[in-house]
Design a protein around this ligand. Structure first.
Ligand SMILES: [Zn+2]
Length: 120
């Protein structure tokens, strides 16, 4: 390799490193954005979960399911709660006690569906 060629290829390399450095900066920027969004969504999700649980009286009490006299007590509140749960399920989240609030990855969930049918 001649001296001039060597110098030229080093200059090219320098340029490429500069470009890579710039790209790295951009990637870092978007990662920061994604992490921030993720954090916000997590908080929002927690908040919504909490609200739904309060609204539906699902504060971890599994035993209320399947008892018939609970359905009589709620009145209008149960109807509204049911709509919220049905909507949540449609949006792709579990509403069953097993996995409440987590994303449904495998399509329909038998537990969610039986829960919905029970509370219609
Ligand atoms: Zn489920």
């Amino acid at each position: 390799m001649k001296k001039n060629d060597l110098f030229e290829s080093m200059t090219n390399m320098e340029k490429q490193i500069g470009q890579l450095y710039e790209e790295l900066g951009e990637l870092k920027q978007s990662l920061a954005g994604i992490l921030e969004e993720n954090h916000t969504l997590k908080l929002e999700n927690e908040h919504l979960k909490h609200r739904l649980m309060q609204q539906n009286g699902m504060g971890g009490d599994v035993s209320r399911q399947g008892t018939t006299d609970n359905d009589k007590k709620g009145g209008a509140d149960i109807g509204e709660g049911y709509d919220n749960l049905a909507r949540l399920y449609q949006e792709g989240f579990h509403i069953c006690n097993l996995q409440f609030g987590s994303l449904r990855k495998d399509g329909d969930c038998m537990f969610c569906l039986s829960f919905l049918n029970k509370n219609k």
